[in-house]
Design a protein around this ligand. Structure first.
Ligand SMILES: Nc1ncnc2c1ncn2[C@@H]1O[C@H](COP(=O)(O)OP(=O)(O)O)[C@@H](O)[C@H]1O
Ligand SMILES: [Mg+2]
Length: 427
């Protein structure tokens, strides 16, 4: 893969957190967010979380929503939660914005910054020792300052799933205090992996987020991919040939990140913009982008799963195209409760989906061939005397651990597979 330096002139941007030249398929969502921001100015609650797999375009939508808020005269505090230190980052962003040159501030980095509406300065000083600054106090001060100018404060929290639970709880309580007790115009827009639905959103101490509006980013349709590839190439002064464009759009499979990978490779292979992007360049790009997507998205996603969950996906891959629940149950011989829970989790997380014909198939994160390839290396280790259906044998071994990931304990369950009651780190 070429480095960014070699990519000058290439309008495709397959980097996480990099807004695309053409943001497609998100108009309706951005219209909803625009209305919510307007309503929040007059006291309505604004608390939404964007959910989507890696590369589905959450950060890009956050960026666009921040632009919308900024254009409506709102202050924007953009934060990410990937590392500890959320309160300090709030304080640091506020302190940076109190400096004289912060007026009309348009930060180069999206995260951990405070963007003020044009022509507005905070007009107050932050304490020197920012680590001691109380985030609740700062949020209130910022929201008050924004309200005095007829706007509000939009806080965006990217990568909310990876936040340290104690910090997220504290932030939620500070935010709630500012919004509800003090009645200040402050809105929250978060972005997270869909797994958050069974981690943070099931945390009994985080009821604040239970009331958030959840918005799942939909995969791009082939038509949206077609438009995006065409418009992005045109924006860079290049063009796809008609059949090449159709083939490329058909191979995107819903992921904006995959689209950008594919577009970048096709552009490069064709020698665009001087030459048109033809079928041969697209064929090469489809292969390259597929490999890169598998390396950066599908493989880590596969490795995040417990052995039992991997077995579940492998069964679906083997049974394709007839992977009904009954057929999967027949293959795996696992407790029905476990099967139902696994289906729910893997559906929420974007691994599988149920088709109209009541069969399970692969969704955004992985493709059938990937699962077969990831699972097959193990079969080389099978002994001749092993059970004829290795998956069935694995499930009947009471000694094999459940392996379910427990996000709070940050460990996998050590109890036997199909155990009763909650998960535990020790037997
Ligand atoms: N709606 C979209 N249309 C076209 N490209 C997009 C869209 N959303 C995101 N992208 C591109 O896809 C890649 C991943 O987007 P990003 O917002 O970082 O995803 P996420 O935050 O969900 O991991 C980036 O290269 C971005 O430019
Ligand atoms: Mg992101």
């Amino acid at each position: 893969m070429a480095s960014d330096g070699e990519q000058r002139g290439n309008p495709f941007s397959p980097g996480f957190g990099r807004s695309p030249a053409e943001l497609v398929g998100r108009d309706a969502l951005l219209d909803e967010l625009r209305s919510e921001i307007e309503a929040a100015s007059s006291g309505h609650r604004l608390c939404s979380i964007l959910l989507g797999v890696r590369g589905s375009g959450k950060t890009s939508v956050l960026n666009a929503a921040e632009d919308l808020a900024h254009e409506s005269g709102w202050m924007v505090l953009a934060l990410d939660t990937t590392t500890r230190g959320l309160p300090q980052r709030i304080a640091r962003a506020a302190a940076a914005a109190t400096s004289a040159d912060a007026v009309d501030l348009r930060p180069r980095r999206r995260i951990n910054s405070l963007r003020l509406p044009p022509g507005i300065a905070l007009g107050w000083e932050c304490a020197e020792s920012i680590s001691d600054e109380d985030p609740r106090y700062l949020l209130s001060r910022l929201a008050e300052t924004a309200a005095a100018r007829g706007g509000g404060l939009l806080v965006t929290l990217d990568e909310l799933h990876s936040g340290e639970r104690d910090e997220v709880r504290r932030f939620a309580s500070d935010f709630q205090h500012t919004a509800e007790r003090e009645g200040l115009p402050i809105g929250l827009l978060g972005a997270a992996l869909p797994e958050i639905q069974y981690t943070v959103l099931e945390d009994r101490k985080l009821t604040f987020f239970h009331r958030a509006t959840l918005r799942r980013l939909q995969p791009l349709t082939a038509e949206q991919s077609f438009r995006c590839l065409r418009a992005t190439a045109a924006g860079g002064g290049g063009a796809f040939e008609a059949d090449a464009l159709c083939a490329a759009a058909g191979a995107v499979n819903g992921s904006p990140y995959h689209l950008q990978l594919l577009g970048r490779s096709a552009w490069e292979a064709a020698g665009a913009p001087e030459a048109p992007i033809d079928a041969a360049a697209c064929q090469l790009a489809i292969r390259e982008a597929g490999q890169e997507f598998r390396r950066s998205i599908s493989e880590p996603a596969w490795n995040d799963l417990s052995d039992a969950q991997q077995d579940y996906l492998h069964a679906i891959a083997r049974l394709h195209p007839s992977a009904t629940r009954r057929a999967v149950a027949g293959e795996l011989d696992a407790p029905t409760k476990w099967l139902a829970r696994t289906e729910r989790r893997l559906t929420i997380s974007g691994y599988v989906r149920m088709t109209d014909g009541d069969t399970l198939e692969f969704a955004e994160l992985t493709q059938r061939q990937d699962v077969l390839d990831f699972a097959e290396p193990e079969s080389g280790y099978r002994r001749p005397a092993d059970h004829p259906n290795p998956q069935r044998a694995r499930f009947s071994e009471a000694t094999r651990p459940c392996g379910e990931w427990m996000p709070v304990a940050k460990a996998r369950c050590a109890l036997g597979r199909g155990h009763k009651g909650g998960h535990r780190t020790r037997r």
